[in-house]
Design a protein around this ligand. Structure first.
Ligand SMILES: C[S@@+](CC[C@H](N)C(=O)[O-])C[C@H]1O[C@@H](n2cnc3c(N)ncnc32)[C@H](O)[C@@H]1O
Length: 511
């Protein structure tokens, strides 16, 4: 920008204007305009109009200019030089923000209206010129390709930050305003309220989000898919091999798979319905290949956004070397690799800290010695994966059944939940009810009627903890286990839950 040149008196009619600068700021209302006009009639134009020297157009003082033209009088003019329109615009905005009492919404709107396009062009130019979008990876990529952008080109261009700096607000505010302005037709009423400063941006965003959630729910309800042939396996405990049971579940019908996989540690699960021992001691490679076939079936049955939650200990699985010696092995990493291969996305993980396992003190190994201490396993993992996207759309038309307290507790990635505490449990490694209860509430939607919620599947259901909690929470469920004994216990347990619901007056479908 040049330093200011000279102040001269000229006839207003000899000056030009540019629509872009004229429309840049909200116009004066009628009362303000008339009052300004009366003042100019009495005293003339006192403050000089600012004119862009190279272009000869008015940058500042459009109302005074208009009134002076109407009155046919001379106006004082100050000429200032600018390199380009972008620089001239920045100057005008900064000056207007100093003078006028504009709220943050109005300031952002003015900045976006004026050079939103110009900013987008500059950002694009920096990328094309060999710059990076930001982040080390892009810079490394550029280096590998042997491209060296100019210093300027390599600076990341933060659109919202630039707008925020000029509008004298923060980037969060800018992104919220941008979102609203993109849907101006729909949210015109809210935008007017913000312009008038009658509402805060956060209260408007809250209303918009609530409305959009409601609309999404209505849309999903209208498109609700009716799955065929589901009744045979819905709300059932299937006594068969996991693969055989999973194959009976239709594609993309399930919202949540929650299970504790067999760890391949030679657990004694007893016999299957053909009288053969349930295998929990496969060679390591075979075990992983088998797990992969199970995960592939999960991917098939999960709907878009559906979650697969695996409960497992980190180092319980053992591998053997060529001399048959067993080693501990962290199964967590294998599961993650398998999920990657299968195409389910990592969502998050939770540490399940068991409150009540400290009594097992004999597992300390060498006492007070670093020779070979043994760590007490007081925590396990819940590994959460999802299909295709993070969001699980609601297809049941029902609000979440989580209380605020539950939501606050369940969204921590450390859950303090006791291990199984029932006085008699026929299973060697059942997980506890509060654990399944929390997973189902956090990761699936309830139904409009009892037992009409999202479909929850546990393909190693043991004594049916997942299914019993799904029944308690009004979700549909399917449990699969190879052991007839565990299945019997599970059916009994689920039956009790359903009976309780019935006694409480909630409709249920029979197990
Ligand atoms: C870790 S336990 C699950 C316990 C269950 N979460 C509970 O709370 O009772 C694993 C279960 O998988 C079952 N299982 C093992 N291999 C199986 C297979 N190939 N098909 C079906 N179930 C199997 C076992 O019978 C066992 O009950």
């Amino acid at each position: 920008m040049d330093t200011q040149k000279s102040k001269v008196m000229v006839m207003a009619t000899t000056l030009g204007t540019d629509r872009k600068f004229r429309r840049m700021l909200p116009p004066l209302d009628e009362r303000q305009y008339n009052s300004l006009k009366a003042d100019i009639e009495r005293h003339g134009v006192i403050d000089p109009l600012v004119v862009w020297e190279e272009k000869g157009v008015v940058l500042d003082g459009h109302n005074r200019y208009k009134i002076a033209r109407e009155l046919g009088i001379k106006v004082p003019v100050l000429k200032i030089g600018f390199d380009d329109e972008f620089e001239a615009s920045r100057w005008v905005l900064a000056r207007q923000f100093d003078r006028r009492q504009m709220n943050a919404f109005q300031r952002i709107e003015a900045v976006l209206k004026l050079y939103g396009d110009e900013y987008a062009r500059r950002a694009q130019r920096r990328r094309v010129e060999g710059g990076r979008k930001g982040g080390k990876t892009s810079r490394a990529k550029e280096a590998r390709k042997g491209r060296q952008g100019s210093d300027k080109a390599c600076e990341p261009f933060h659109f919202n930050a630039e707008v925020a700096a000029l509008a004298r607000t923060n980037t969060d505010y800018v992104s919220k305003v941008k979102g609203l302005l993109q849907k101006e037709e729909k949210y015109g009423r809210y935008i007017d309220q913000l312009r008038r400063g009658e509402q805060s941006i956060n209260s408007i965003r809250f209303k918009v989000d609530a409305g959009e959630r409601q609309a999404r729910r209505q849309r999903f309800l209208a498109e609700k898919v009716v799955f065929e042939n589901t009744s045979a396996v819905e709300n059932q405990i299937l006594c068969c091999d996991a693969m055989e049971g999973l194959r009976q579940i239709p594609d993309e019908s399930v919202s949540l798979v929650f299970t504790s996989i067999p760890y391949n540690v030679r657990s004694k699960y007893g016999n299957n319905s053909q009288g053969k021992p349930i295998d929990d001691d496969r060679p390591w490679a075979q075990y992983l290949a088998w797990l992969k076939t199970i995960f592939l079936e999960w991917k098939r049955i999960l709907r878009k956004g559906g979650r697969a939650v695996i409960n497992c200990d980190s180092i319980r699985t053992r591998d053997s070397d060529d001399r048959g010696r067993y080693f501990k092995r962290p199964i967590v990493k294998d599961i993650d690799i398998l999920m990657d291969e299968v195409g389910l996305l990592y969502f998050d993980d939770i540490a399940w800290v068991k409150k009540n396992v400290r009594n097992n003190k004999c597992q300390w190994g060498t006492h007070r010695s670093p020779q070979q201490p043994i760590l007490r396993r007081e925590a396990e993992y819940l590994l959460v994966f999802c299909k295709d996207q993070w969001e699980l759309p609601c297809i049941t038309g029902q609000e979440s059944d989580m209380t605020s307290e539950e939501f606050a507790t369940l969204t921590s990635n450390v859950w303090h939940v006791p291990a199984e505490t029932r006085p008699y449990c026929p299973h060697p490694c059942a997980f506890s009810e509060p654990l399944a209860y929390g997973v189902i509430k956090l990761f699936s939607w309830p139904g409009r009627h009892a037992a009409d919620g999202d479909w929850v599947v546990d393909c190693f259901s043991g004594t049916g903890t997942t299914c019993a909690m799904a029944a308690r929470l009004g979700r549909k469920f399917t449990g699969i286990d190879a052991s007839p004994n565990f299945c019997r216990a599970a059916r009994e347990r689920v039956g009790k839950e359903l009976k309780t619901r019935k006694a409480e007056g909630q409709s249920v479908t029979a197990a």
